[in-house]
Design a protein around this ligand. Structure first.
Ligand SMILES: CC(=O)[C@@H](O)[C@H](O)COP(=O)(O)O
Ligand SMILES: NCC(=O)COP(=O)(O)O
Length: 237
């Protein structure tokens, strides 16, 4: 069974564009869980341009499914995660000015750093996952860090699948099989969507969790707009 964790960063982006509290991210998190989502993901960035650190605290009492906080483990991020104690922390090696995540960890080069950070989170009862490219030696490197899980960075799969190249799944399948043999749990995320999620799921054994935000929120707009237009027309009639 693969859990769906909804990334609500985009809801905060929309809220921040007007400076008020519409849409309300806590209400949205409550709603996605009510509609069946099995987790909520946030990825606070140092500039807090979408989800803010305060949101991470405000969300905590309202997440009764899995709470996954993603980010680069700078001191401020580590302090916040250790205080909130979410279900899972996903470590992502983003630069401060990254528009969105654009690479996985080099688990070989950063092994010592990752070992320390992962040990700190695990000793506080927080499950750990590290964001990695679908490269076999990076999965072996991830195992050596002591992490519970990996999150496969799915951007290249999503891009190639969109162009019709189904073979782009191969490195992901191979990495998932290796991870499983090493007793590493497998999560995945980035640019997964209604178009590609079934094929991805069917080709990844033991896929524990996907976190989906950008496409899911966009699809919600497309699929919900007819209903809302009708409601406005009804009120204007
Ligand atoms: C790790 C990952 O792929 C997602 O968390 C992604 O980084 C979402 O972040 P943005 O919402 O800033 O694009
Ligand atoms: N970890 C991936 C995530 O949370 C959502 O990524 P995306 O669907 O917004 O690309």
């Amino acid at each position: 069974m693969t859990k769906l964790s909804v990334n609500i960063n985009k809801i905060a982006t929309l809220r921040n564009s007007r400076g008020g509290d519409l849409p309300n991210v806590v209400q949205f998190a409550k709603d996605v869980q009510r509609f069946g989502a099995e987790g909520v993901t946030i990825h606070p960035r140092p500039d807090e341009r979408h989800i803010r650190y305060q949101d991470a605290y405000d969300l905590k009492p309202e997440i009764h499914t899995e709470y996954n906080i993603e980010g680069n483990p700078i001191d401020k991020f580590m302090d916040m995660v250790l205080e909130i104690k979410p279900t899972q922390v996903t470590l992502v090696p983003d630069s401060v000015d990254a528009i969105t995540s654009n690479a996985g960890w080099d688990t070989l080069k950063h092994k010592d750093f990752l070992v320390d950070v992962i040990q700190e989170f695990k000793s506080n009862g927080i499950r750990t996952s590290i964001f990695v490219d679908p490269v076999l030696k990076q999965i072996e490197g991830a195992k050596a860090t002591g992490t519970d899980r990996i999150e496969l960075y799915t951007e290249s799969f999503a891009h190639e699948f969109g162009l019709g190249n189904k073979k782009a799944i191969t490195p992901y399948t191979e990495c998932a099989i290796l991870a499983d043999s090493l007793d590493l749990g497998v999560n995945a995320g980035h640019d997964l969507s209604l178009d590609n999620i079934r094929f991805f799921k069917e080709n990844i054994p033991n896929l524990l969790e996907v976190s989906i935000g950008h496409a899911l929120i966009s699809e919600s707009l497309y699929l919900g707009v007819e209903n809302v237009i009708q409601m406005y027309l009804h009120k204007l009639a």
